[in-house]
Design a protein around this ligand. Structure first.
Ligand code: GDP
Length: 304
C-alpha cells in the first residue's frame, strides 16, 4: 500500500466524521454547527475549532469544504508561517520539499514506545538516499535493548553507529559522537536518547546534560531537537511534549503511527501548543512510511 493510502486508512474514522456528519451542501449555519462538533470530536481542540469556524465565516466562500481546508492547513503551520501564508494568499507548496536540518546534529527525544528508534533508522535512510553521510549515536544506554536495536538498524542501512555499554553516561557518549561527526566531516548525526517515563525528572535532567555536552563537543550544535510523538496517545502525549520542550527546547516534532487509531485532528493542538513545525509523519513500519510533513496533503487525506 502506498504511504498516502496508509495515511488515509489511518485517518478514515476522523475523515468520516468530518465528511459524512457535516451536511456540506445544506444551510451554512447548520453546516458550521455540525462542523464544530466534528472538529472537536477529531481532537482539533476548542480554540482552534473556534478559529476555523471564524475563518470559514469570514471567508464568505460558497464552497465551505474548500474554506475549511484552507483554515485547517493554516492551523497546521506554526504562527510565523501561518501569518506569511495568510499574507501571500493561500497557496500550498506545489512540490514537497526536503526537510533540511539546521546544523549537523539532531538530538532525538521522546518517551519509550513512540517509535523513536525506528524513526531514527528511517531518518538515516531518508538522508542517506539524498546523498548525506549519516552517523547514529545509540544514546539510550539505559535500556539494554536500546543500543542493540539501533546497531541492528545501522547494519541494515549501512549507517555507522557509535555506542557504549549499558549503563554508560549518555552525555559522554553524545560528546564522543559529536566529536567523531566533526572529525570525520560527516553531514548528519542523529543522537538517540532514553525515554523512560517513571523517573521523569531525572530523564529531563539527563537530556539537558546530553544537549549541553553536544554543544561542548561541537559549538552551535545540536542544530535541531526533534521530539517523536505517538499520534494515538492524543492529549496525554501533548502534556509530555511540553515537558520535553521545557527541558531541551524543541525545534521540530515527528508524529508517528498515523496509520493507527489516532484522531487525525490532534496535529492541530500539537503545532499550536508547542509552536514548532511538524517535520515528518510516520504511517507504518517500513522506511518509505516516514514522509516529510505537508499540511495541504494531510488535510487532503482528512477531508477526502
Ligand atoms: P522507541 O521505544 O520509541 O524507540 O520505539 P520503537 O522504535 O522501538 O518502536 C515501537 C514500535 O512502534 C515498533 O514496533 C515500531 O515498528 C512501531 N512503529 C514505529 N513507527 C510507527 C508508525 O509510524 N506506524 C506504526 N504502525 N508503527 C510504528
Amino acid at each position: 500500500m502506498r504511504w498516502f493510502d496508509r495515511l488515509k486508512q489511518g485517518l478514515k474514522k476522523t475523515s468520516q466524521t468530518l465528511t459524512k456528519a457535516v451536511p456540506w451542501g445544506g444551510d451554512p449555519e447548520e453546516v458550521l454547527e455540525e462542523l464544530e462538533f466534528a472538529l472537536i470530536a477529531a481532537d482539533v481542540g476548542l480554540e482552534a475549532t473556534q478559529e476555523i469556524l471564524g475563518e470559514v465565516r469570514e471567508s464568505g466562500k460558497r464552497d465551505l469544504r474548500e474554506a475549511v481546508k484552507q483554515a485547517l492547513v493554516l492551523q497546521l503551520e506554526p504562527d510565523a508561517r501561518r501569518a506569511k501564508l495568510r499574507k501571500l494568499g493561500f497557496k500550498p507548496d506545489a512540490k514537497k520539499s526536503t526537510v533540511e536540518p539546521k546544523g549537523h546534529v539532531v538530538l532525538m527525544v521522546g518517551v519509550n514506545g513512540v517509535g523513536k528508534t525506528t524513526t531514527i533508522a528511517k531518518l538515516g535512510q531518508y538522508y542517506k538516499e539524498r546523498g548525506k553521510r549519516v552517523l547514529f549515536a545509540a544514546g539510550d544506554t539505559f535500556r539494554a535493548a536500546g543500543g542493540a536495536q539501533l546497531e541492528l538498524w545501522g547494519e541494515r542501512t549501512g549507517i555507522p553507529v557509535i555506542s557504549a555499554p549499558e549503563g554508560s553516561d549518555p552525555a559522554a557518549l553524545a560528546f564522543d559522537a559529536a566529536k567523531a561527526r566533526a572529525a570525520r566531516g560527516m553531514d548528519l548525526l542523529f543522537v538517540d536518547t532514553a525515554g523512560r517515563l517513571h523517573t521523569k525528572h531525572n530523564l529531563m535532567e539527563e537530556l539537558k546534560k546530553v544537549k549541553r555536552s553536544i554543544a561542548k563537543a561541537d559549538p552551535g550544535e545540536p542544530g535541531e531537537v526533534w521530539l517523536v510523538l505517538d499520534a494515538t496517545t492524543g492529549q496525554n502525549g501533548l502534556e509530555q511534549a511540553k515537558k520535553f520542550d521545557e527541558a531541551v527546547e524543541l525545534s521540530g516534532v515527528i508524529v508517528t503511527k498515523l496509520d493507527g487509531t489516532a484522531k487525525g485532528g490532534v496535529l492541530v493542538p500539537i503545532v499550536r501548543e508547542l509552536g514548532v513545525p511538524i517535520k515528518f509523519i510516520g504511517v507504518g513500519e517500513s522506511a518509505e512510511d516516514l514522509q516529510p510533513f505537508d499540511a495541504g496533503e494531510y488535510v487532503e487525506a482528512l477531508l477526502s
